[in-house]
Write a protein that binds this ligand. Structure first.
Ligand code: ATP
Ligand code: MG
Length: 795
């Protein structure tokens, strides 16, 4: 193939160019965030193809997500123009492994059309295996077995290898079940996710001829985000690379954030050993290339990130610099509570996207909110849906679409509306009550025969003792519980007109809303066994689901009744149909790895949230160091503007809890931080507290910055933030002080904290009928709306 000129090399710095041009032999690029590692990898592929060193199918490139693979493909096409035929093997470990496995499935007893089980099927199968052995399911929950087997597969262990490596009493039974499970999979011509790599490893090890073919095939191997590979992935790579030894891995030990999934930073050290020089064979050892210039972030952002990660001891260590203009400091802001935080970020993000901030226009597509745990997304989703700010959630369903949230809401729905058959079907056997297809069929037949809802059918089944055994008893309890909850829902209902919305009352008064509906919701989830179902679940996701359920209960506090809450959810879910092209991104810090955004919002930097409680409870520093790497990943996603925030108070099960700002905030070197004042927290009125930007503000805030870093600052902040009063719900100062209680005539434009902007259609004393732009028609108290032009940031 004739060599074409290589314009793609021109923009690279010397170290990057060296990394691109070192095509042969093992290469390890170890470098900090934003130094162009991914860019080097992409350019290397272009260079390999352009120089004719390899044809597209001779290149294997592994990325961490399918999204990253797609982006890389696009970039290569752009770099190469139309000039290439075919594409490299480019994808995640799993997507490449499945391609290989299909070709050789028969070598591990499968047929090439094997199916890949999803998590649900996987669990069902585990359960069958456990039951078949006559083992008590309570002793060996299927989920626990699943995570144990996953762990072994991540280490590259077949059942035989586990026996050799681990043989404690406890695990012996696990090994037997692991064997059974693998046999069942084989009989079904199926495999699970972990098998994709493990079967490949087995084939490679047992069939050197097959391995040899792939070793010849893949002349060049490239790996992105190398720090997060697990042992099985590493072994797979090492086997494939042993032919040509042309393997290039790029990574950053400071961004290793998947320890809990079996990733090993140790793989970086193993690489140097495994590919060490071999003089007998005339082989050179790996070239280790370091990149130090960061092209992504401004100096303040970079320095802030570096100062945080410096707190970790287990580091290989590296330098980072940038020649970009100084830019803005990392902004830090404390809020009264989580709702305030979500409200502020929503307003600021919108203002920024409309060019109403000194930073110029930063479109919503260029902004991201990165959270530590997915339950934190709820406050933002609620807020954004209410004000109509378009957003997208990446890496998982939206809050109200999550499995556990829909289950929980089905309990609420059925208690409110006993004829809600969809809700009945969803929860009658969740958690498991021994009411399988047969029992449910019976209930359905009886209900149909009497033309009644399913719950009534169930009541007949119970009363007529048509169902015996465990299932019959469980159904009786279910029906009795539901009947009782239905009565309680009715009595927990506030004695006011249904469509009347009562806001929390005057500031400085104790909240005098009763929490009957919240207690009831908690009881429903507990007494039904739903909470314990997840508590007994030993998978890593279970904890997140419990957090989400807590968050759901928290969301209830903004409403006077379960009905009101369900209406709200129906309303906001309906709003989702909007097709705006520009959207702000909400995602987890984990999901944001490798990505970059001009403006990044980092909320919830509080002890127990970030770093997570789990990492704080752990002995030793491992967990905490991983959290700190996550903080580093978060800050380094930002190009121009990075805003960290925390709330002084969070509500947990109706109780105020004061929060300590995250230790990571203290670790950011003071000179790179600009402390903003938030409405409420620092005593300023909204106008005075509206953050101002620019040089002068940096200077005038210097004294605050000193305070911020002085010893005891954290204590001071949390003390001053103790909630003597409930948080104020209404933005504009006029309404806060209760000074202005204006009369509104029909036609007046108003703003309401929860429902946004709207037009008054009727007025009866202090009750207004308002047609809200987003929320539709509502009755509200006039003291809880303000004239639209008195609200801040009227669009
Ligand atoms: P991370 O560790 O976060 O994955 P990375 O090291 O992979 O980061 P890249 O994403 O490749 O970094 O690059 C960061 C940004 O810098 C990208 O926008 C990229 O286009 C840009 N960049 C990289 N190298 C150069 C260069 N030589 N000239 C200009 N821009 C560059
Ligand atoms: Mg990258």
């Amino acid at each position: 193939m004739a060599q074409r000129p290589a314009p793609y090399l021109e923009g690279l710095n010397a170290a990057q160019r060296a990394a691109v041009e070192a095509l042969d032999g093992p290469v390890l690029v170890l470098a900090g965030a934003g130094t162009g590692k991914t860019r080097v990898l992409t350019t290397r592929i272009a260079h390999l193809l352009n120089t004719g060193k390899a044809r597209p199918h001779e290149v294997l490139a592994v990325t961490f997500t399918n999204k990253a693979a797609r982006e890389m493909k696009n970039r290569i096409s752009r770099l190469m123009g139309e000039a290439i035929e075919g594409m490299p093997w480019l994808g995640t470990f799993h997507s490449v492994a499945v391609k290989i496995l299909r070709r050789h499935a028969e070598l591990v007893g499968l047929n090439s059309s094997f199916t890949i089980l999803d998590t649900d099927d996987q669990l069902r199968l585990m359960k069958q295996v456990i039951i078949a052995r006559g083992i008590d399911e309570k002793k060996w929950p299927a989920r626990q077995l699943a995570s144990l087997i996953d762990h072994w597969k991540n280490r590259g262990w077949t059942p035989e290898q586990v026996s050799a490596a681990e043989s404690t009493e406890f695990n012996r039974l696990g090994i037997t079940l692991y064997k059974d499970y693998q046999n069942r999979l084989k009989n079904l011509n199926a495999c699970d996710f972990g098998d994709l790599l493990l079967h490949c490893l087995t084939i490679f090890l047992q069939h050197p001829d097959v391995l040899g073919r792939y070793q010849q095939w893949f002349r060049y191997i490239l790996v992105d985000e190398y720090q997060d590979t697990n042992v099985a992935q590493y072994l797979w790579l090492r086997l494939l690379a042993q032919g040509y030894r042309n393997i290039c891995c790029v990574g950053d030990d400071d961004q290793s954030i998947y320890g809990w999934r079996g990733a090993e930073v140790g793989n970086i050290l193993r690489f140097e050993k495994d590919f060490a020089a071999d003089e007998d064979k005339g082989r050179a050892g790996p070239q280790v290339i370091r990149l130090e210039q960061n092209y992504r972030s401004t100096p303040h952002i970079l320095a802030a990130a570096s100062s945080v990660i410096a707190g970790n001891r287990e580091r290989l260590g590296k330098t980072l610099w940038t020649d970009q203009a100084e830019g803005e400091k990392v902004r830090l802001i404390g809020h009264w509570d989580g709702e305030e935080e979500a409200r502020w970020i929503g307003e600021e993000a919108e203002a920024l996207s409309q060019g109403r901030r000194p930073q110029g226009v930063v479109g919503l597509n260029d902004q991201a909110i990165l959270v530590r745990a997915s339950h934190q997304m709820r406050a933002f989703e609620d807020r954004f849906l209410t004000i109509g700010l378009p957003y997208r959630v990446i890496g998982g369903p939206r809050f109200y679409e999550r499995l556990e949230i829909r289950d929980a809401m089905a309990y609420f729905r059925l208690a409110i509306t006993p004829s809600d058959d969809l809700a009945f079907e969803r929860i009658v056997n969740t958690p498991k009550r021994g009411l399988g297809d047969k029992a449910q069929g019976l209930i359905r037949d009886i209900a149909r025969g009497h033309e009644e809802p399913l719950l009534s059918g169930a009541r007949r089944v119970v009363d007529g003792a048509m169902l015996g055994g465990k299932g019959g008893a469980a159904l009786r309890k279910f029906v009795q519980d539901m009947d009782r909850w239905h009565d309680e829902v009715l009595s927990a209902r506030p004695a006011i007109a249904e469509d009347m919305v009562i806001e929390p009352v005057v500031p400085d008064a104790a909240p005098h809303r009763d929490h009957n509906h919240i207690r009831l919701a908690e009881r429903m989830l507990e007494d039904s066994g739903y909470i314990s179902m997840w508590q007994n679940d030993k998978t890593p996701e279970a904890e997140g689901r419990l957090e989400n359920l807590k968050e759901l209960v928290k969301a209830l506090e903004e409403f006077d009744s379960l009905q009101g809450f369900l209406e709200h959810v129906a309303l906001i879910m309906d709003n989702e149909k909007d097709e705006a092209s520009e959207k702000i991104t909400i995602m987890t810090l984990h999901g944001a790895k490798g990505l970059e955004f001009p403006a990044v919002w980092l909320p919830g930097w509080e002890e127990g949230i970030f770093p997570s409680q789990r990492s704080l409870d752990e002995t030793g520093n491992r967990g905490l160091e991983e959290e700190r790497r996550l903080a580093y990943v978060g800050i380094t996603r930002a190009e121009q503007l990075c805003t960290i925030s925390f709330a002084a108070n969070r509500r947990v099960f109706g109780q105020w809890q004061s929060q300590l700002p995250s230790r990571f905030i203290d670790e950011i070197a003071e000179e790179h931080v600009d402390v903003l004042t938030a409405p409420g927290l620092y005593g300023g009125g909204y106008g005075a507290a509206a953050p101002s930007y620019g040089k002068s503000s940096v200077e005038t805030r210097a004294s605050e910055a000193n305070v911020y870093n002085s010893p005891g600052w954290r204590r001071l902040q949390t003390q001053s933030a103790k909630p003597a009063t409930p948080p104020r719900k209404i933005t504009p100062p006029a309404a806060l002080n209760g000074e202005i209680l204006p009369d509104f005539d029909p036609g007046a434009r108003v703003f309401h904290q929860k429902f946004g902007y709207g037009t008054v259609v009727s007025a009866d004393g202090d009750k207004l009928g308002v047609e809200f732009d987003k929320a539709g028609s509502k009755h509200v108290m006039s003291s809880y709306v303000v004239a639209a032009d008195a609200a801040s940031d009227v669009p």
